[in-house]
Design a protein around this ligand. Structure first.
Ligand SMILES: Nc1ncnc2c1ncn2[C@@H]1O[C@H](COP(=O)(O)OP(=O)(O)OP(=O)(O)O)[C@@H](O)[C@H]1O
Length: 621
């Protein structure tokens, strides 16, 4: 099934600070900085300007003590006063620039999060990607968490790193030059050597952190998912009085998460020890570098006042150069987090790209045109046919056993088809293959109509209730009103919706919601009974009026009378029905029966006694 080889490949490559990390990081950067004129680049440029100015001011503030030494040693009162004035201005400027720097970083965080999340969304919601990721592909854990939380944290950490990283090349070059002028080659060389050792040590210490952080985020997602599962199925669990068992299972996930979190903290301890040791060693190193020219007699001719001013100035440039490097080393903890998130986001992006490529190879009509309302009038094929199946065989994912073998069938307008068979014989799977959610094992399947109004519509076994108003439930998955109503006025559409709610037997919902467009804050799954959900799905079907309606046990929660009423309305609206179900009462609404017998076998038979159709279609539109 989809992308399994690539998935295995991904599984074997554990998350590390390696070449894969660099590639994934660069590919995410290409999303964040799409062009030279993009908003992120402009913000980055502004940040560079601000941080460079900040550094100039910091430099001025840094050399102030040496001026103070001079004026104090000379007892120069007026010089002292003007120096105080300069110090005040510099401090004010410095704090303003620092705040501006933080402000731009926060703005960049929001902008990056927007860009990256939107980019992931555009792949995630393209064609069947979200279905394959959530249902068929097991190696990408918690895609929802990767898109929401991991992206958020990645952008946050990146933005905290940004101002320090951006200015580093400039400060390091400048202070290397200054350090060279003050101490000769000994200063820069020893500081560079110190940095190389620090980086190697930290790279070794960061290795295990990246993979543990990756694991921790996975477990975080699992823990959240468990809570989500209880939230969505609270009533079913309560009927089982399953508080204790759910408590135990949720705690088990929490324990697994906390265990990993503890192990991460333990591993981070070594990194912190490394980072702090290098911080303090850095401070110490600066005095060694300053001591060398003093003890070798380079400054022997200076007065004590001049020497203290020089020591203060030299100490400042050396300390600042070391500080530039230690700041980079301090970023190790942030970098290890960024690396973990980079792997999680990168892996998701690669998985989605694989699916999209595979999808295009399998079905060139996928991608943009796969979606519901973009596909109104396409598909050339016989006008009176919905599906053509030729020697079609299919099986479930991860199984070698064929569910159906060599099925040849044409589903034409006016011939209602009933698909029956025991549990697990592959009835719903047939719809998955027809809807191209699953690939066929062999043979040929073609959907010759468009998808949506005027074409084919599927009502899945579990009614899908979206969030939003009653109108949004009925018109789903249309974003707007029905195309035919658009040329009249909104009230025509309102009338249609009300008429169809009435026909589906759920007009009472109008009272409960307080109107078609009243915002409701309830979860539709909690407040509607399964029967009401099925009826609401039929209201949706009546509203969309496809030529072909594929109904997967769509009336299983309703009485036979209600079923009769709904089927009659479908036929009056001119729909050709393809139904799946176990009830014998369904037979009378269909002309043909396809029986799936298991182990690949099937039978196609004619049914007797079908009711006629009235044309309510034009009337309703
Ligand atoms: N996402 C999946 N991954 C792996 N196997 C699956 C998946 N979905 C379904 N199957 C398996 O495929 C087989 C056929 O499932 P299908 O849903 O088509 O059954 P069905 O005939 O519609 O059953 P029912 O009458 O209960 O609805 C079953 O054995 C099922 O467990």
């Amino acid at each position: 099934m989809p992308c399994l080889e690539k998935s295995k490949e991904r599984r074997t490559n554990g998350p590390k600070l390696d070449w894969t990390f660099v590639q994934r990081f660069c590919s995410i950067q290409r999303v964040l900085f799409p062009s030279w004129s993009s908003q992120s680049v402009l913000m980055f440029g502004t940040l560079l300007g601000v941080t460079l100015t900040e550094q100039l001011i910091i430099y001025q503030v840094g050399i102030l003590p040496s001026h103070f030494y001079n004026v104090l040693a000379d007892k120069d009162y007026s010089g002292f006063r003007s120096l105080m004035g300069t110090a005040m201005v510099l401090i004010l400027l410095n704090s303003t620039l620092k705040s501006l720097d933080q402000y731009i970083c926060n703005q960049m965080y929001v902008s990056w999060r927007t860009t990256l999340t939107e980019s992931l969304h555009s792949s995630y919601f393209q064609g069947r990607v979200y279905y394959i990721l959530n249902v068929l592909q097991e190696d990408i854990d918690n895609p929802d968490q990767r898109i929401s939380q991991d992206v958020e944290r990645f952008c946050k950490q990146m933005s905290t790193m940004a101002s320090r990283l951006i200015v580093s090349p400039f400060t390091i070059s400048y202070y290397t030059y200054q350090c060279f002028r003050s101490t000769g080659w000994i200063g820069p060389v020893s500081i560079f050597g110190y940095f190389v050792v620090g980086t190697i040590a930290n790279k070794i210490l960061m290795g295990p952190i990246v993979s543990t952080l990756f694991e921790q985020e996975k477990l975080e997602g699992d823990f959240r998912f468990k809570h989500m599962q209880i939230r969505v199925n609270a009533e079913s669990a309560a009927f089982f009085r399953a508080g204790k068992v759910e408590h135990m299972r949720t705690d088990r996930r929490l324990q697994a998460l906390l265990q990993t979190q503890k192990s991460l903290i333990n591993k981070e301890l070594w990194l912190y020890i490394g980072v702090n040791t290098f911080d303090y060693l850095g401070g110490f190193l600066s005095y060694i570098i300053i001591a060398i020219p003093i003890f070798t007699g380079v400054y022997d001719g200076l007065t004590p006042g001049e020497l203290s001013a020089l020591i203060s100035k030299n100490a400042f440039v050396c300390i600042y150069l070391i500080n530039g490097f230690t700041q980079l080393i301090d970023l190790s903890t942030t970098l290890s987090d960024v690396a973990g998130y980079t792997h999680r986001i990168g892996e998701l992006r690669e998985a989605m790209d694989d699916i999209l490529h595979k999808q295009c190879d399998y079905d060139p009509a996928s991608g943009e045109s796969y979606d519901f309302d973009s596909d109104f009038n396409v598909h050339a094929g016989p006008v009176d046919t919905a599906f053509i199946l030729d020697r079609l065989s299919y099986k479930s994912p991860y199984s070698d056993q064929l569910l159906v073998e060599d099925l040849s069938l044409k589903i034409s307008q006016g011939t209602h088809l009933l698909v029956v068979g025991n549990t697990g014989t592959g009835k719903t799977s047939l719809l998955r293959v027809l809807n191209r959610l699953w690939e066929a094992h062999s043979g040929f399947v073609q959907m010759t109509t468009c998808f949506g109004p005027r074409g084919t519509l599927f009502l899945p076994q579990k009614p899908y209730m979206t969030d939003g108003t009653l109108r949004e439930q009925v018109i789903y998955p249309l974003k707007d009103i029905y195309p035919a109503s658009a040329s009249f006025s909104g009230s025509v559409d309102d009338d249609r919706i009300m008429q169809f709610l009435e026909l589906a037997g759920v007009s009472s919902l109008l009272k409960r919601t307080g109107g078609l467009d009243e915002k409701v804050d309830w979860n539709w799954y909690d407040v509607l009974s399964p029967g009401e959900m099925q009826r609401l799905s039929f209201a949706r079907l009546f509203y969309l009026q496809p030529k072909y309606a594929v109904l997967d046990e769509a009336t299983s929660a309703l009485t036979e009378e209600a079923e009769a009423q709904l089927y009659r309305t479908c036929k009056q609206l001119g729909m050709t029905l393809i139904s799946l179900g176990h009830r014998s009462s369904l037979e009378k609404y269909h002309d043909m029966q396809l029986k799936l017998c298991g182990e690949g076998r099937w039978e196609l038979t004619k049914l007797k006694g079908t009711s006629g159709t009235l044309s309510l279609r034009q009337e309703a539109t």
